[in-house]
Write a protein that binds this ligand. Structure first.
Ligand code: ADP
Length: 221
């Protein structure tokens, strides 16, 4: 699914985001990426989303070379990816349903298809009964689950998350991680950047550890 071959990222100001990173993620894997602030986690995610380009090496996502992707190919790439952010970025003037439906409306799907897919996504995060509520009426953990539903509603092959439990207490954080595990069991490849080491250690998935743009560990947490 993901292949980094000696991928380097040097920002225009000379800062090094990543140093010749080499690793692979197989289809269906569940991987944590950890490391201190500045280690390169966000750079890695931004490269996968083609928000940035590698400055050296080769980066393949589902066989597509992201170093050579054209601007017009980027929307197609992003349809294969779902993204969950720390501060879920929900629209508070719209219902839970409409928040989750947003990516599908952008894709121009029919209302019938939108209804079906949004229901399925909300069911996956156990929020089906909250569809018509406003995000403000939900708890922080529920809001984050709406963010996850929105990220999976277009049925991406790859789900990326950037510190998805950063704002949550330990119990809610564990609950959110188990939602990611459920999604992974249905076949979606999951890559989560997190520095919640206590939580990661309990989950026994593969953990890639970055330090100053290099991999310093790769194995079961
Ligand atoms: P993390 O997500 O692990 O905190 P980042 O990927 O944000 O790490 O940062 C890795 C390195 O790249 C840091 O040295 C950071 O200063 C640098 N960096 C990240 N984004 C930019 C940018 N837009 N411009 C310049 N340097 C950047």
């Amino acid at each position: 699914m993901i292949r980094f071959e000696q991928v380097g990222k040097k920002y225009p100001n000379g800062h090094i985001g990543l140093h010749e990173l080499t690793f692979r993620v197989r289809k269906g894997e569940f991987v944590f990426v950890t490391g201190h602030s500045g280690a390169g986690k966000s750079t890695m995610l931004r490269l996968l989303l083609a928000m940035e380009r590698p400055t050296s090496g080769k980066l393949l996502l589902a066989g597509q070379n992201l170093g050579q992707i054209t601007r017009s190919q980027i929307p197609f790439l992003r349809r294969q990816i779902g993204v969950v952010f720390q501060n879920h970025q929900l629209l508070f003037d719209r219902s839970v349903f409409d928040n989750v439906a947003l990516p599908l409306r952008i894709l121009g799907l029919s209302q019938a298809e939108i209804n079906q897919r949004v229901s399925l996504a909300l069911e996956r995060v156990s929020l089906k009964e909250k569809a018509l509520q406003a995000p403000a009426d939900l708890s922080t953990g529920q809001q984050q689950r709406v963010g996850i539903a929105r990220a999976i509603v277009h049925q991406p092959a790859l789900l990326l998350a950037d510190e998805p439990t950063g704002n949550l207490d330990p119990r809610l954080a564990a609950e959110i991680m188990s939602v990611f595990e459920d999604i992974n069991k249905l076949g979606t490849t999951v890559v989560i950047a997190s520095h919640d080491l206590a939580l990661i250690a309990r989950m026994r998935h593969r953990m890639l550890t970055l330090q100053r743009g290099r991999i310093i560990g790769d194995g079961e947490a």
